[in-house]
Design a protein around this ligand. Structure first.
Ligand SMILES: *Cc1c(COP(=O)(O)O)cnc(C)c1O
Length: 396
C-alpha cells in the first residue's frame, strides 16, 4: 500500500525543495547561549534564539533543575487531575499569577496547548472570537477547534477591530484575541486601544504574551505592564519556552472562574501529561529571580536600544519595534538568504524570512537580542552586517 502514498509524498517534498521552502535543521553541539558551536565545528554568535533574558543556560536554573531531579524525580507519568500534580506545580502556578497580577494560572505542556485548549471550553456557537490577522498559528488552531463565530481584523488595526465589534454585536459573548508582540515585525499590540474598545463594546480580551513576557514593560511583565493594564485583561497565555528559561511549558493565567473552567474542560490539560518537576522547579527559580531584580530585563533593553541605534546609523532599514525583535528589511527573498549565508561566514547566526512567512516583497532578517549578549557580541554583529550589507549593496 505504501508505494503510491510514498510517491505522492516524495513529489510534494520535491516541490517544497524546488520552491526553496525546504526547512533544514542546523545542529548545535553546545548548550543554547549567546555563543554556540554548530556541528560543522564553527563557533557562531546566536542572534536567532528566543533566549531573550539569557536564561536558557543560566546556572541558577540548571541548579534548580538538578535539585528537583533529586527531590521530586524525573517524570510524572500522569495528567494533572489524576496523579500528576506535585506541590511544585501549584507553586509555579501561583508564582505566574503573582508575576502578572492575575488571579489564577493553569499550566500546559506548551503555549501551543494553552492556546489550543482555551477557546473550546469557554465559548459556543452563540459567541464570537475576534482575532488579529497576524496571531500565532496556535491561536488560529485553537479558534478552529471552537464553534464560536470567527472574525478577523487587520494587524493592530483599530478601525477594523471596531468594525468587527459592530458586526458581531448579535453574538452572546465576544472575545478579542491578540499576540502581545508580533513575532515577525516586533511591533506591540495597541493594548490600550483594544482595552478601550472592549469596554465600549462589552467584549472580553485575551493576549498571548509569548514574545512579550519577560521582555516588554519596565520590569518585563509584558504588554499589560507596558500599557498599565495589570489585572484588567481577562486571559493571558504565555510560554516558559522563550524568555522564561527556554525549556518547555505553557500557561494560561487570568480570571479565576475562567482558569477553573479550563481545569474542568480544557482538553490538552485533561488528556496530556504533566510537565516534569525539573522544568517546574527551574520555572519557580526563574520567577524568584524576576522578583528579586530587573537586571536581565535592563540589560536586554539597553542591548536592544544600542543595537537598533547602531544599525540605523549604519544605514539599515529597521521596522519600528518595541520588543527585542529587530527586523532588518531587505524586501527581496533571495537577498535575505544571501545576507544570512554571508553573515554565517562572519560567525553571525541569523535567519532570513520571506514569503509565505512574511508578506511578498517584505523579506527580512530577524535579529533577536538577548541579555546574554555582551557589548562585544553586539559590535561584532553590527560590524558583520555592515560588511555584508556593503558587499551586497544593501547599504552604502
Ligand atoms: C512561541 C509561541 C507560541 C508557542 O509556544 P510554545 O510554548 O513553544 O508552544 C504561542 N504563541 C506565540 C505568540 C508564540 O510566539
Amino acid at each position: 500500500m505504501y508505494g503510491k502514498f510514498q510517491d505522492h509524498l516524495s513529489q510534494q517534498l520535491a516541490e517544497i525543495e524546488e520552491a526553496g521552502l525546504f526547512k533544514n535543521e542546523r545542529i548545535i553541539t553546545t548548550a543554547q547561549d549567546a555563543e554556540i558551536k554548530v556541528s560543522t565545528g564553527d563557533h557562531v554568535l546566536n542572534f536567532c534564539a528566543n533566549n531573550y533574558l539569557g536564561l536558557s543556560n543560566h546556572p541558577r536554573l540548571v541548579d534548580a533543575a538538578k535539585r528537583a531531579l533529586d527531590s521530586h524525580g524525573y517524570g510524572m507519568s500522569s495528567v494533572r487531575f489524576i496523579c500528576g500534580t506535585q506541590d511544585l506545580h501549584k507553586t509555579l502556578e501561583r508564582k505566574i499569577a503573582e508575576f502578572f497580577g492575575t488571579e489564577d494560572t493553569i499550566l500546559y505542556a506548551a503555549c501551543f496547548d494553552a492556546n489550543g485548549g482555551v477557546f473550546e471550553p469557554l465559548l459556543t456557537e452563540e459567541d464570537a472570537i475576534i482575532s488579529d490577522a497576524l496571531n500565532h498559528a496556535s491561536i488560529i488552531d485553537g479558534v478552529r477547534l471552537c464553534k464560536a463565530k470567527r472574525y478577523r481584523y487587520e494587524n493592530a488595526n483599530m478601525e477594523d477591530l471596531e468594525a468587527k465589534l459592530i458586526e458581531s454585536q448579535a453574538q452572546r459573548f465576544r472575545i478579542i484575541v491578540t499576540d502581545g508582540v508580533f513575532s515577525m515585525d516586533g511591533n506591540v499590540a495597541p493594548m490600550d486601544k483594544i482595552h478601550e474598545l472592549a469596554n465600549k463594546y462589552n467584549a472580553l480580551v485575551m493576549v498571548d504574551e509569548c514574545h512579550s513576557a519577560g521582555v516588554v514593560g519596565a520590569t518585563g511583565r509584558g504588554v499589560t505592564e507596558l500599557f498599565n493594564l495589570k489585572g484588567e485583561i481577562d486571559i493571558i497565555t504565555g510560554t516558559l519556552g522563550k524568555a522564561f528559561g527556554g525549556a518547555i511549558g505553557g500557561f494560561t493565567t487570568g480570571r479565576k472562574e475562567i482558569i477553573e473552567m479550563l481545569r474542568q474542560r480544557s482538553r490538552p490539560y485533561l488528556f496530556s501529561n504533566s510537565i516534569p518537576p525539573v522544568v517546574v522547579n527551574a520555572g519557580i527559580e526563574m520567577f524568584d529571580m524576576m522578583s528579586e531584580t530587573t537586571e536581565l530585563q535592563d540589560k536586554l533593553h539597553s542591548n536592544t536600544k544600542y543595537f537598533i541605534g547602531k544599525m540605523k546609523e549604519a544605514g539599515f532599514d529597521i521596522k519600528p519595534t518595541e520588543s527585542a525583535i529587530c527586523a532588518v528589511m531587505l524586501y527581496d527573498a533571495k537577498l535575505s538568504q544571501d545576507v544570512a549565508a554571508k553573515l554565517l561566514e562572519e560567525g553571525i547566526y541569523v535567519i532570513g524570512f520571506y514569503f509565505p512567512v512574511v508578506p511578498r516583497e517584505q523579506a527580512r532578517i530577524r535579529v533577536q537580542l538577548s541579555a546574554a549578549h555582551e557589548k562585544e557580541h553586539l559590535d561584532k554583529c553590527i560590524a558583520a552586517f555592515s560588511k555584508v550589507g556593503k558587499e551586497l549593496g544593501v547599504i552604502k
